[in-house]
Design a binder for this molecule. Structure first.
Ligand code: NAG
Ligand code: NAG
Ligand code: NAG
Ligand code: NAG
Ligand code: NAG
Ligand code: NAG
Ligand code: NAG
Ligand code: NAG
Ligand code: NAG
Ligand code: NAG
Ligand code: NAG
Length: 267
């Protein structure tokens, strides 16, 4: 009985993982961004020229989960750092480029109270396409801000997690780390201001998903039979802890405190 339930659950999960939105176009992504008000909340405008494929690995099942714009994902599904791939009609144009990737949450601590928004979940430069791996993005330097998983607070509506890919400006290596480094709080980030300061320009591709606190969202029909989310709290507080440690040297007590609260409980 249990075995067959597990089997059905795995079969369903595989089904979901195997799905791909082959009809996804840059204009449907653009439309999804507008419908979710990411334009104007995060970006003044958005005209993508490529598609950004973001793939999570479900920690519980090992199943791959590709994000289609606006998808609902659970905290468990988004626990691990995803992989990224970029595709466009002309792959030549992508092959030569270096990219910057950002993940921000404009809904922190809640969509109704955005007092610590944007929360920076990841910021990384020096990404380029691995030509022998279907547009997969690989990094050649450490991230300015390592990925930290979504942990929206109990009672919050689902947050939007927005993933954006930019062409890397030539001076990025020099300028970016003076503005965002391991000491920079993740809270109250302004991607537009950062982008203006380092010359990012408009994003070439983007994607987003929703994640709410543990019991509020989910797309997998198997979530009821999924293993208990035992790793949820430890996972987020351990990644939070390392991020907080990095805040300590430069940030003031308040910043550290806010960062600690934000990372451990609110996002
Ligand atoms: C998407 O799935 C279809 C089958 O449903 C498959 O033929 C196609 O190759 C897949 N496309 C990608 C990009 O994985
Ligand atoms: C893709 O588009 C075709 C034709 O418009 C439609 O029949 C099909 O159902 C679409 N597939 C998905 C996965 O939306
Ligand atoms: C996205 O990447 C995953 C994992 O590499 C792959 O299975 C999936 O087919 C890709 N989806 C699209 C739309 O390219
Ligand atoms: C996501 O969940 C919300 C409820 O929180 C629901 O209204 C919406 O239709 C869901 N979206 C998708 C794409 O399943
Ligand atoms: C590729 O070209 C087709 C047809 O012009 C267009 O609909 C589609 O959005 C383009 N895809 C990308 C990723 O630019
Ligand atoms: C908004 O969130 C902040 C940070 O969590 C909190 O200090 C503040 O009291 C909240 N404001 C309201 C009106 O709930
Ligand atoms: C690029 O992709 C190939 C084929 O998947 C893989 O063997 C190789 O390790 C990848 N390179 C990097 C730097 O990830
Ligand atoms: C690429 O990023 C990963 C973490 O996402 C990091 O462990 C690794 O060191 C980075 N690679 C380089 C060459 O810095
Ligand atoms: C940026 O600096 C890193 C080392 O810190 C180097 O690996 C990378 O190639 C540089 N990127 C550019 C675009 O110069
Ligand atoms: C790190 O970033 C902060 C801004 O958060 C900046 O004040 C500081 O100068 C940066 N550190 C370095 C070494 O550039
Ligand atoms: C973010 O920065 C932009 C550009 O400097 C500015 O127009 C906008 O008001 C800022 N947003 C917030 C919430 O401070």
């Amino acid at each position: 009985m249990l075995r067959s339930a597990v089997f059905i659950f795995l079969a369903l999960t595989r089904c979901i993982a195997a799905q791909n939105d082959t009809n996804l176009t840059t204009s449907s992504v653009q439309e999804a961004f507008s419908n979710a008000k990411i334009v104007p909340d995060v970006l003044p405008s958005f005209q993508p020229t490529a598609l950004l494929n973001v793939t999570f690995t479900d920690q519980a099942t090992g199943a791959l989960l590709s994000v289609s714009p606006g998808m609902n994902l659970t905290m468990e599904q988004t626990m691990l750092e995803p992989t990224f791939a970029v595709t466009a009609n002309s792959s030549d144009s992508l092959a030569e480029q270096i990219f910057v990737l950002a993940i921000v949450d404009p809904d922190a601590p809640t969509p109704q109270n955005t007092s610590i928004s944007q929360f920076r979940h990841m910021l990384a430069g020096d990404l380029h396409v691995n030509a022998s791996s279907g547009g997969a993005l690989v990094n050649s330097s450490a991230a300015l801000t390592d990925f930290v998983n979504p942990t929206p607070p109990a009672g919050s509506d689902p947050h939007r997690y927005v993933i954006l890919l930019f062409t890397q400006p030539p001076t990025f290596n020099v300028t970016a780390s003076t503005l965002v480094n391991a000491s920079t709080p993740r809270t109250n980030f302004n991607l537009t201001a950062f982008g203006q300061a380092v010359g990012l320009g408009s994003p070439v591709a983007g994607n987003f998903f929703f994640t709410g606190p543990s019991d509020s969202t989910g797309t997998t029909s198997g979530s009821g039979s999924a293993p208990a989310p035992t790793t949820s709290d430890t996972g987020s507080s351990s990644s939070g802890a390392s991020a907080v440690e990095k805040l300590v040297p430069v940030g003031g007590i308040w910043t550290v405190f806010m960062g600690a609260i934000a990372i451990s409980y609110f996002l």
